[in-house]
Design a protein around this ligand. Structure first.
Ligand SMILES: [Zn+2]
Ligand SMILES: [Zn+2]
Length: 314
């Protein structure tokens, strides 16, 4: 009987602590279409407690996700107010935060997680009472105090409130002097690494990606981290001189080569990369997909997210 009870407890704890993760993309592009800009809801599979990874598009994305059956028996208002528990904003560009600004009057009180430089942009450029009402908790008066800024320190683990997640942020090189960032979101069993806009180390004359690869390599080797969400904004035809802090398929492969050296080719095959922030000009979307799939030296599983379509991470 005792053994039976221990087994039951073990099974229950497995269900409690070993949940798969799910992602609902609210917006997937890096420009052009304002109804479909970078934002991804991430939660444990059987919960509705989401952290929004960037917030370029919110309302149109939730609407689409309801239409597509990714949310059932709920409303846009309920998801916005009750299910989105907080925002991680990777950097200060509008395509990563305009949905949050526009929906702020209807939103509920919640934290905004970001590096100091991004909070400065929100505080001094957007929530100013001139560009937009100050719904946050610092800056120009009147201060409405609906959103609480949480200053994420580079490399330090912090709690993501009202979820079972922790976050760790890393610095990225994008367009100087603006700082961009990535976040590693983890529960007990699984992890997802989400990148804001980033250039490649060689082009940026930086070592910021190299530092991240070194930091996360043990989690890839242990099998905890199997999903990376990273931008590929332009096709290979875009000259490196006019990338403005973005990646191409060629440059992503270059970076993956560095990661492969740290974790080994076998572990690379277990990786899924969710390709974000494609700039959908002309045929670029199809060209980028072809370039990634046709030259895939590490046999990475590429996922091309669609607005509103649920992704379950195994
Ligand atoms: Zn962007
Ligand atoms: Zn940007």
């Amino acid at each position: 009987m005792k053994k039976y009870l221990i087994n039951i407890c073990f099974i229950i704890s497995m269900f409690t602590f070993a949940q798969n993760l799910k992602i609902i993309p609210l917006g997937v592009y890096g420009g052009s279409n304002e109804s479909n800009l970078s934002s991804y809801l991430l939660a444990e599979e059987n919960t509705t407690d989401y952290i929004a990874l960037d917030a370029g598009t919110i309302y149109s994305g939730i609407n689409k996700a309801i239409e597509n059956g990714s949310f059932t028996n709920t409303t846009i208002e309920n998801i916005l107010k009750n299910n989105i528990k907080g925002y991680f904003i990777s950097h200060g560009h509008l395509d990563h935060l305009s949905g949050m600004l526009i929906n702020s009057p209807e939103d509920s009180s919640k934290p905004i997680y970001a590096i100091k430089e991004t909070i400065e942009v929100l505080k001094n450029k957007y929530f100013t009472n001139t560009a937009w009402i100050n719904f946050a908790n610092e800056g120009e008066s009147p201060i409405l105090n609906k959103y609480q800024y949480i200053y994420a320190e580079i490399g330090k683990v912090f709690s993501i409130y009202n979820t079972n997640f922790t976050g760790t942020v890393f610095e990225l090189s994008h367009v100087n002097p603006l700082k961009s960032s990535a976040i590693l979101v983890e529960n007990n069993k699984h992890a997802v690494l989400y990148f804001g806009d980033t250039g490649a180390d060689r082009v940026e004359k930086s070592d910021k990606l190299a530092k991240i690869w070194k930091e996360i390599a043990p989690k890839i080797k242990s099998g905890k981290l199997k999903t990376i969400m990273i931008e590929v904004s332009f096709p290979n035809s875009q000259s490196e001189k006019i990338l403005y802090g973005h990646l191409t398929p060629y440059l992503l492969n270059e970076e993956m080569g560095k990661l492969a050296k740290l974790v080994g080719k076998n572990n690379m095959k277990k990786l899924s990369i969710i390709v974000t922030h494609i700039k959908p000009k002309d045929d670029n979307e199809q060209i980028i997909k072809n370039e990634l799939l046709n030259t895939n030296p590490y046999s990475i599983n590429y996922i091309f997210p669609k607005q509103g379509d649920l992704i379950i991470l195994k």
